[in-house]
Ligand binder design. Sequence first.
Ligand code: NDP
Length: 276
Amino acid sequence: RRAEGPEERRLLELFSYGLVALGAASALLLCFIPMPYGRYSSRRFGWLLPARPAWALQELPSLLVPLGLAACGGAVAAARPNRVLLGCFLLHYAHRALIFPLLIREGKPTPFFTFVLALLFCVFNGYLQGRSLTTYATYPPGWLGDLCFITGFLGWLIGMAINIHSDHILRNLRKPGETGYKIPRGGMFEYVSGANFFGEILEWFGFALACCTIESLAFALCTLFILGSRARQHHNFILQLATDIENICTFEEHRWYLEKFEDYPKDRKIVIPFLY
Ligand code: NDP
């Protein structure tokens, strides 16, 4: 029996509200605890998994689930706007699941709990966006030439470029064997501490504008909540290094931090250029 129909449509809508609520609840929680992976990785959240396979496996469902849905899709999935929009989503996750992990250099391990949460998120969101674009989202003729689509598509494209470029800058801050933190410079880092996160947020808001679906808007809002919180934590982490040098014991360490962080650009915003 085919699942599609008004009931599933309503279910996807409810899932979308749930996604926004999840993002908002996470943002609230992240005011108290740092998001436990990368520099905040901790054994308290389970066994530590190596970064590369953890990233690849946890992100893969966002590629495979919509691909499977597209393969079984009918007329809606075959429409040109739907194929283009689904292509944007798949391209992002092909990069995130297959290329990004290979580029990681000596990444910090991911706790099992964080890995499972990210995996579940990718299954859920892969289904939500995939099902929406392959079964329910319908567009008027000429949608690919509409201002709404073009603006959204450009936002998605520029956001993805900023995200990839900023991650590239971060990866190249350290020389082989180094583990400490430095001030990122260039690109969007001149405006915000979380340039990679800004790129990803812009990407998904652009995607939402191009899709004009409740599911894509929910994903963009959830990304804003989660990555906005992580960017704030990183910003405070770096500023802490810059201002907390009194607590550093040895002369060598003191000098290192002073050199590295005293000149942290004070007008650099957290994640949204000129605003926040
Ligand atoms: P981070 O900025 O925390 O880390 C990226 C890499 O850069 C890590 O290897 C980190 O090292 C290194 N790094 C960061 N800052 C510095 C610094 N000041 N000096 C030296 N090295 C530094 O990014 P995430 O790992 O959180 O995210 C990676 C990608 O995944 C991003 O593109 C992000 O947008 C995306 N993402 C998307 C999510 C979504 O909801 N859509 C959720 C989470 C991530 P170290 O690990 O040692 O700190």
